[in-house]
Design a protein around this ligand. Structure first.
Ligand code: SF4
Length: 271
């Protein structure tokens, strides 16, 4: 894959930006592309300036992601700032640190919360590295709190050998999300994890088993067989942190140390 670096020009087909506020995480998910990165983003050069610049460039939505974004000390500040500027705001979190008081602080400034949920079985989530056996319980807890707010819920599911035969619809109905997006586990080229990978046929079988559901928004679930788990059009992160994380992304915005923004274009989203 060939990269070309250019000064960023607004594009009509890109309307959202992912802001990697930290690469630290308290989980150790087996199919995570981020956790291999040891460095973290701790500095905001001038968050307000950056957010205004992104807004001027034509981005309408900002996804605050990580790592685990709730480990970032200024998470409430930048969420509030982004909402006040006019962005549609999303927090993509593993949910483990989302207490009811944190949700009360963040919810006036958040349009969406995205949570990962692969199975209704704690042992499957534990095996996948999602927490230590209480992830499912946590997702239920957070979704119940969100039902009393205006924040919309999106559930992201990764399909592996461990969950590819599970009918997750009953559990999804109880969570009552506005969106449900399902991804085939990405081959992260680690032999240890290859036993968890599924074939295209197994993914299609999962789709057949789970597609017959209408979500709270009236929409159907989205099955993504060929996109990666950090699917997004653009990413904003420190240029020093760009290496492995950018492998499968179509375009990556980097935040330079002088506060300027450049974009690295990929000619393909797949290696
Ligand atoms: S919660 Fe997200 S960032 Fe953290 S290890 Fe899992 S996939 Fe990676």
């Amino acid at each position: 894959m060939k990269d070309t670096t250019t000064v960023f020009q607004p594009k009509t087909n890109i309307d959202s930006v992912n802001w990697y506020v930290t690469l630290k995480c308290n989980y150790n998910c087996k199919f995570c592309s981020v956790k291999k990165q040891k460095s973290t983003i701790t500095e905001i050069l001038d968050a307000e300036t950056i957010l205004f610049r992104l807004y001027d460039l034509g981005f309408e939505k900002i996804n605050i992601v990580g790592g685990e974004p709730l480990l970032y000390p200024f998470i409430c500040d930048i969420t509030k700032m982004a909402k006040k500027i006019g962005f549609i705001t999303t927090l993509r979190t593993n949910g483990s640190l989302l207490t009811s008081s944190k949700i009360a602080i963040l919810s006036p400034y958040l349009d969406w919360i995205e949570l990962p949920l692969d199975s209704s079985k704690e042992e499957v989530e534990k095996e996948l590295g999602r927490g230590c056996g209480k992830h499912v319980q946590n997702i239920q807890r957070v979704s119940n709190i969100l039902k009393c707010t205006d924040v919309k819920l999106k559930i992201n599911t990764i399909i592996t050998k461990l969950n590819c035969k599970e009918d997750l619809k009953p559990f999804i109905r109880a969570l009552n999300p506005d969106k449900w997006e399902i991804f085939k586990a990405l081959n992260i080229k680690d032999e240890k994890y290859s036993k968890f990978l599924i074939s295209d046929r197994e993914f299609l079988n999962y789709q057949k088993l789970n597609e017959n559901i209408i979500l709270k928004s009236g929409e159907e679930p989205v099955f993504n067989q060929h996109t990666n788990t950090i699917d997004s059009c653009s990413i904003l992160l420190s240029s020093k942190d760009i290496n492995d994380i950018s492998k499968n992304i179509y375009s990556v915005l980097t935040l330079n140390c002088d506060g300027s923004i450049t974009v690295i274009e990929k000619n393909s989203i797949h290696n």
